[in-house]
Design a protein around this ligand. Sequence first.
Ligand code: SAM
Length: 211
Amino acid sequence: MAVVRVRQHVNPLANKYQTPADPLEWEKIYLQPNQPLHLDIGCARGQFLLKMAQIEPDWNFLGLEIREPLVVEANKLRSELGLTNLHYLFCNVNNSLNSLLSSLTPGTLQRVTIQFPDPWFKNRHAKRRVVQPELVVELANYLAVGGTVFLQSDQEFIAVEMRDRFRENPAYQKLGAEEWLAENPLPIPTEREIGTMKKGEPVYRALFVKR
Ligand SMILES: C[S@@+](CC[C@H](N)C(=O)[O-])C[C@H]1O[C@@H](n2cnc3c(N)ncnc32)[C@H](O)[C@@H]1O
């Protein structure tokens, strides 16, 4: 399999990423559009969803990613495997969620994952991080009651920032008494997670449920 080469980071605040994605026609992208939807934000090459879609055929999966060549490649692989419950979309999540999710049947969005988002270490780059307070609010508007948000990172300061942004919003309840989850509740690890675990480094994880 040829692996497409792309820039490691793109700046989501750059002019070329300011056009929101067009609304999705759900019945064109999924065979069964009314199945519960799992949204993976910053899916990169999409390997996590590719496996999830195969083990959970009664869910639909949507991966959002700002690096377009990765999306093209991931959709190609999806088509080669003939998966009808999986789609990848090129967009900047920070300006596209409303347009994407407003046409969704209410109650459909039941799981959101944000895994190992780009940390943008410098304070002056903090606005480039994907988990902004507005994103937390937008997700609350579309997530079904009882739906979950799973967050994980190998960078403690990013894990704290995103966890606190969800924790501060009364629409969500954090699950588990511990500061961080001991284990990933999902059956498939992401590429970044596999790399981190191989190095024996810690992963900071939190799970929220929509009230
Ligand atoms: C470090 S990678 C993690 C990939 C994968 N979730 C994993 O755990 O292996 C973060 C991904 O988020 C994407 N990303 C960053 N900002 C984004 C944005 N505003 N909208 C969509 N994708 C974004 C990046 O291009 C990158 O592919």
